[in-house]
Design a protein around this ligand. Structure first.
Ligand SMILES: C[S@@+](CC[C@H](N)C(=O)[O-])C[C@H]1O[C@@H](n2cnc3c(N)ncnc32)[C@H](O)[C@@H]1O
Length: 451
């Protein structure tokens, strides 16, 4: 799938999508420093552009014919660390929605702070995208379940032309992993190159630490060479066991390396103030003054950038801003894979358990309810995981499949009927399938939502 990214920053989202297998066609950002860092590390896709200038940008993107447009429009206006006044910055969310609505790629993915979901601007942008024909899944994601040791919570809206709302929620929930900790990242010694003896001479045996390892076989496991030295900063962190992160409001400042780090912000590296030292949070496990001091390269890795990433800027503050702005690449990779799997028909939306209860409440026996659910699932698989906002189109598409043609007439009518009943249930309950519980259940412990 071919991608255009808007508001690309230094490229966290592009990097993650590239690692999932997407081809990045072009990326746009107004900040020259971010564009330079993007092009140095990812490839020459990024260009400097003011995305408010729709008249210049839209024709160019139309000519690229992307399959997906993604982006994280600036979030200060919605952020709990900002003043929450929706002004110029929030209008850029509208610019994103307008570009998507005119170019109309099959898919879009937008990232923002959680506060955006309830904003007046998103309501307006959502309406525009709906009118352009998109169905959405709006997920609140905790990044620590998607490959980085950081309890960063963000809103991801994924849209696809013609779908019913929530069409991807069950697959996003299924992609969640157990929460990752700082020790998971820094405690595992990661040499610059890893030797995995290949099974044939035609295959390579040396793998970098920033790519997935080949299938691990018994004979691939070799002891770490005695000569290997972990990075001294990482050893210091692991030995200490605790870090300080400038707390948000009255939150906890001291964190153990056996928990995810809080949301990375531009000021996260600041040392404890004398006020905090004299009046620490009651739940701090050790004194803030005794904690390890994170280096910029470590903050960058907590945000999912690979160790090989080269940051260049005249001010440290700019580097921290680019890091804090980014979508952690592993999160984008995980969501990118969810999109690719649905696009290729490898996954189908889960039908909520509530459907069975609803059928029984309407007078069906349990056995009959189970049959309807099974037929609906079968129809979804024939449809390659697609859902259709328009029921007539859904049934017509089902009927166009060869597999459907080859079925007996009674089975065909069961499948049609099951889709009709499912659509009725979805309309009455206002949801397609289970919400991603695991991905959203993490409480915020005094964390800033600020990008
Ligand atoms: C939240 S960051 C996006 C980070 C990016 N998604 C990543 O993963 O690294 C928002 C970006 O919007 C850019 N931006 C702000 N106003 C803009 C405008 N008018 N046109 C283009 N980009 C703009 C900022 O420079 C910033 O890099």
């Amino acid at each position: 799938m071919r991608v255009v990214e808007l508001f690309s920053g230094a490229g966290g989202m592009s990097l993650g999508l590239q690692q999932a297998g997407f081809e990045i066609l072009r990326a746009y950002d107004a900040w020259p420093v971010a564009v330079e860092n993007y092009n140095r590390n990812i490839g020459n896709h990024a260009v400097i552009a003011d995305l408010k200038d729709l008249l210049s940008i839209v024709p160019e993107i139309l000519s690229l014919t992307p399959d997906l447009i993604c982006g994280g429009p600036p979030c200060q206006d919605y952020s709990s660390a900002g003043n929450r006044k929706e002004a110029d910055n929030a209008r850029l969310t509208m610019a994103f929605a307008m570009i998507v609505s005119i170019v109309k790629p099959q898919w879009f993915m937008m990232e923002n702070v959680i506060g955006c979901a309830k904003s007046a601007t998103w309501r307006e942008a959502r309406m525009l995208l709906k009118r352009a024909g998109y169905g959405f899944t709006e997920s609140r994601i905790n990044a620590s379940h998607y490959g980085v040791p950081q309890s960063r919570r963000r809103l991801f809206v994924i849209g696809r032309i013609g779908e019913r709302d929530d069409f991807l929620a069950s697959s996003i929930a299924a992609a969640a992993q157990p929460s990752m900790t700082l020790r998971d990242l820094f405690g595992v010694v990661t040499p610059a190159a890893i030797y995995f003896p290949a099974t044939s001479e035609a295959r390579r045996s040396i793998w970098g630490p920033d790519e997935p390892a080949p299938t691990i076989r018994e004979r691939s496991i070799r002891p770490i060479p005695a000569s290997y030295q972990p990075h001294p900063d990482d050893s210091a962190l692991i030995l200490n066991g605790f870090v300080y992160s400038r707390p948000f409001r009255a939150g906890r400042g001291v964190r153990s390396i056996d928990e995810p780090f809080p949301t990375v912000t531009r000021t996260v590296w600041e040392r404890p103030t004398s006020r905090y030292l004299s009046s620490p949070h009651p739940d701090d496990p050790v004194a803030a003054a005794e904690t390890a001091v994170l280096k910029v390269h470590q903050i960058s890795r907590i945000q999912g950038f690979p160790a090989s990433w080269e940051w260049r800027a005249s001010a440290k503050q700019d580097i921290l801003q680019m890091i804090a702005n980014a979508v952690p690449a592993p999160v984008a990779t995980a969501l990118g894979r969810v999109i690719l799997d649905r696009e290729s028909g490898k996954t189908t939306p889960e039908i909520a358990g509530g459907f069975l209860q609803w059928l029984v409440k309407r007078g069906r026996s349990k056995a009959s309810a189970r049959n309807v659910k099974a037929s609906a699932g079968r129809a979804r698989r024939i449809l390659g995981g697609r859902t259709f906002d328009n029921l007539a189109l859904e049934i017509a598409t089902l009927e166009s499949h060869q597999e459907f043609h080859e079925m007996r007439k009674p089975t065909q009518s069961d499948l049609r009927q099951a889709l009709r009943i499912l659509a009725e249930y979805q309309t009455s309950s206002g949801r397609l399938q289970k919400k991603p519980q695991q991905a959203t259940a993490q409480p915020l412990i005094g964390l800033a939502d600020a990008a």
